[in-house]
Design a protein around this ligand. Structure first.
Ligand SMILES: [Fe+2]
Length: 190
């Protein structure tokens, strides 16, 4: 995004936007996995799919830290500058998104879940719940963050906020498993 490129590397808004971009990619991966998993049954070999699902779910669980930085660092500074209604909405949406966290938590143990339960949980997430997260991310990127940059002007305030954000921590997204190419499989078989 344009705004993201204008901000220095490590600026807390840039980091939040990068995390939103990664979250969109995880959502897309979850959608792909859903369509594959709906077509498989109990007996099919699905180690790769389940490993991928666990990694995606673990990554999406990390978004909790993103919300914490917003609620504990960004929102209070905006509130001090007279912004309230949009932040009430954002806090409420974070609460509503906790339903998703429970689902991600369960899916981060996909390997030990009953397969038909797993299929229905992933389907429900993809069919309805994920849209709430996408809408929320969209509002952050296009409304909330530009607004924050408009009202918080002092560099030293941003510097202090960065320290506070670092104390909470960024999302620790893990690399998703990749399917080994045929060539790699052949080499390892030698
Ligand atoms: Fe948020």
């Amino acid at each position: 995004m344009e705004l993201q490129q204008e901000l220095a590397q490590g600026h807390i808004i840039r980091t939040l936007m990068e995390e939103n971009q990664a979250t969109r990619e995880h959502i897309a991966r979850l959608r792909q996995l859903n369509s594959v998993l709906q077509g498989m049954d109990e007996e099919d070999e699905k180690t790769f799919e389940l490993n991928s699902l666990e990694a995606v779910a673990a990554n999406l669980l990390e978004v909790k830290l993103h919300h914490q930085r917003e609620e504990q660092v960004l929102f209070p500074e905006m509130e001090k500058r007279g912004i309230s209604a949009p932040l009430v909405t954002m806090r409420m949406e974070h609460l509503e998104l906790q339903v998703l966290e429970h689902a991600f938590e369960a899916l981060s143990h996909a390997r030990i879940m009953d397969y038909s339960l797993l299929q229905s949980q992933v389907k429900q997430l993809v069919d309805s719940l994920l849209y709430d997260l996408e809408k929320h991310i969209f509002k952050e990127d296009y409304l909330l963050y530009p607004h924050a940059l408009e009202v918080i002007l002092a560099e030293e305030v941003w510097a202090r906020m960065k320290d506070d954000c670092e104390a909470i921590g960024n999302c620790r997204f893990q690399e998703l498993p990749r399917r080994r190419t045929q060539k790699a499989q052949l080499i390892s078989a030698l």
